[in-house]
Design a protein around this ligand. Structure first.
Ligand SMILES: CC(C)(COP(=O)(O)OP(=O)(O)OC[C@H]1O[C@@H](n2cnc3c(N)ncnc32)[C@H](O)[C@@H]1OP(=O)(O)O)[C@@H](O)C(=O)NCCC(=O)NCCS
Length: 169
């Protein structure tokens, strides 16, 4: 399996991959594929951290890491936001999702990012070191169950002393 940056000519294929992957997600609004396009056309897009997994020349997974902030009054702390993460149904439970997370986080750390936020299932994300964001004093701007809003430090103690609301969800 190869993990690499997505390419422009693959955008239509990625659109379909995300759409179909979320048809079997525990939680979905059916618009994750449009969210990908929306993120790409906004200022938070980080091409170097939007990756695909390829196996025998076929796209089997996709992950998108974008810029987001934790805001507390005049303080603004830059973080990475993970969404969406998609693996083709026939290729699940082979570690592709985990590899996309690990490789994107390695690259994010190399680029100087220190912490990551996401909304997701704790049963999946705990294994990567994610904890409920509320334990760091981080809250979304709108109502999402606390257990689903999660944060992970790429650098130890990166979120120490950082609290506030986040604009990314
Ligand atoms: C979630 C997803 C990306 C995982 O991809 P994957 O390549 O199958 O994941 P991995 O092979 O790295 O990990 C598989 C493990 O995660 C577990 N897992 C997968 N999805 C899970 C979920 N939603 N909740 C809890 N555990 C989950 C599997 O049971 C397996 O557990 P095991 O290692 O104990 O056997 C994939 O199932 C997917 O695309 N789902 C639809 C879209 C989605 O829900 N995206 C995430 C939004 S939070």
């Amino acid at each position: 399996m190869v993990i690499r940056q997505e390419r422009t000519e693959e955008f239509p294929q990625i659109y379909d991959l995300v759409k179909v992957a979320f048809q079997t997600a525990k939680v979905s609004n059916g618009k994750e594929q449009d969210f990908v396009n929306q993120l790409r056309s906004g200022g938070s897009y980080i091409p170097e951290l939007t990756l695909i997994a390829e196996e025998n020349g076929k796209l089997v997974g996709h992950i998108m890491l974008s810029k987001a902030h934790i805001v507390n009054g005049a303080d603004k702390f830059e973080v990475i936001y993970v969404a969406p993460l998609s693996v083709v149904l026939e290729h699940r439970n082979k570690g592709i999702g985990s590899s996309l997370i690990k490789e994107s986080f390695r690259l994010a750390k190399e680029m100087g990012y220190t912490s990551v936020l996401l909304v997701g299932d704790p049963a999946y994300y705990h294994r990567f070191g994610f904890k409920s964001a509320v334990t760091f004093g981080i809250k979304p701007t709108h109502e999402i169950p606390d257990e689903n809003v999660m944060a992970c430090e790429l650098v130890p103690n990166a979120l120490k002393g950082v609290s506030g609301t986040t604009d990314c969800f």
